[in-house]
Design a protein around this ligand. Sequence first.
Ligand code: BG6
Ligand code: MG
Length: 236
Amino acid sequence: MSSCGRVNANCSDYAVIFDLDGVIVSTDDCHYRAWKRLADEECIPFDAEINNRLRGVSRMESLEIILEKSPRVYSDDQKQVLAERKNGYYRELLQSLSPSDVLPGALELITALKERGFRVAIGSSSRNCPIILERIGLKSVFDVVVDGNCISRSKPDPEVFMKAAEKLGIPPKRCVVIEDAEAGVEAAARAGMPVIAVGAAAGSPLAALSAQDLTTITADTIIRVLAGCPDSADTL
Ligand code: BG6
Ligand code: MG
């Protein structure tokens, strides 16, 4: 396609920054079950629609969203206790996490990208990121990991992705982000990075490309997104 830009032959000049929860690993249900348990104990209405708003946002911001429906007002100290309680429930559920929880297509895509020389990174809001990567056997796979422990502003702020690009030493426009959260898609767009939206975020108007999951995304897809022509059937 003539409108496409050019991508350098050397793919090590480019990076793919993966969100973790909902993109690499199926922890979404664990988050949901842990928040649901807390909400039920506190008699706060909580459903899948509210849960969808928690994707990509930090633990404390998630709690604030849940408390919008609470009949009771909590102090800051009580909120800290609630967030820790939820995290305890979540960590219990993470104990059974294993490499079989890596989402379809993730390993294949990461392997293909590394074979082509791309740099790969994680950009996640989760403070449990280190334990999750360890449990799913991907602790040493990524060149850079930036998670909830390294940032002061959660998605949709672009901080997590800007930090990952800085650590990689690669300009933002040469980093493709893969995200399943609307907040994450917005964060990547604000960072000036092309985004592939998957799962719950698929169809986002801010995304360069949408896909149901990672099974249809290849290293060539990433090259086409970087070149600005994600829908082209040609391999550049
Ligand atoms: C994100 C999840 O990856 O991490 C959010 O999409 C979650 O739902 C956030 O709230 C923070 O996670 P954690 O593990 O630090 O409680
Ligand atoms: Mg996610």
